[in-house]
Design a protein around this ligand. Sequence first.
Ligand SMILES: [Zn+2]
Length: 329
Amino acid sequence: MAKMDLTGDTYNNLTVLQFSHRTPKNSMAHYKCKCKCGNVVTVSHGHLRSGHTKSCGCIKAETVEKLRQRAKETAKYFVGQRFFSKKWGVAIVKALPTRFSNKKATIEFVGEHPCEVEASLSNLAKGFVKNPMKPVVCGKGYIGVGKYDTKGEAYDTWYGMLYRCYTDNEETQRYVNTTVCSRWLNFQNFAEDYSEMLAQVNVERPQLDKDLLSGLDRGLLYSKETCCILPHRINTALQMVCTVTKVTDAPCGVSLNRQTGKYKAQISRNGKGSVIGSETTTIEAATIKYRQEKSKYLADLAEEYKYQLPARTYSALVNKSKEILNEIQ
Ligand SMILES: [Zn+2]
C-alpha cells in the first residue's frame, strides 16, 4: 500500500503542507505544497511520489531560459566560421551542438599548429579555447591531444626536462647542447612512454636519467631509447663521476688540504661523505683512489638494484663501474 498522508514530506522543491482533496473519479489524493520559490500549488499523490512534478513550474521555466540562452549563443556561430585570437590562433568551427544538447562545439585549429578540439560555447565566446599543439613550454613543448593531464609527476618531469634544455634564462639553463627528441616535445607521448618506463622499475624516488644509456651521444638527447629511470641514489652517484671542480682543478672527489699541501680523495655514499685512505702527494694518486672507490660503489648499487631495474639499465650500470676504472689507465 502507498503511504497515506504525505504531510511534512519534501519531494524535490516541494514540501507538503496539507491534504487538499481526492478526485472523485479515481480517488487520488491531492496535497497543497509549498515550492522552494514560495509559490503554493496543489499536486497529486502520484506526481509527488514519482517525481513527475518537482516544483510549482519554476524549474521548468529555468530550464527553458537556459535552453533559450544556449540557442542564442549557438546562433552566434556557424559551421565554417573562422576565428582569430592571440590565445588560440586561427580556428574554424567544424560542428555545433544541437539546440537542445549539452554537447560541445568542435573547433579545428588551422595554420601552424593544426588539431581538432572540443569546446563549450561559453568558452568559445570568452576565447578560452587553447590550442593544445601550441608550444607553450619554453617555446618547444606542447600538451597535445590525449588522455594525460598536467596534474601529476609526469608533467613535472617533462616540464623540468624542457626547462633544463630550452629555457631562455641563461642562469638557470642547465644544458646548452642537449635536445629533447621530437616525440617527447608532445606531452602525451612523453607521459605514455614515461608511465611505461616507470612500470618496469621498482625503486624509491624514481628519476629520469639521460646519461647512463646514451652511449656515444654522451647525454645529449632526451628520448625513450637514450633515457632510463633510476632511483635518486644511483642518479646522484652517477652525477659526480667526471666533473672537475674549478677551485682546485682536480677531478670531483679530490681536494687539496692547504695545511699539508697534500691531496685527499673523498666519496659520498648515500649522502654521507667519507675520506678514502690517507692523503697523497699527487692529484693523480688521489684520483685513482677516488675512481676505485666510486667504481666499487656503483657496482654495489648495481647489485642492490639488480632485480628492481630493467636488465638493460643493470648492465649499463655494471659497464659504467668498469669504465670508471678503465679511465685510470
Ligand atoms: Zn516554484
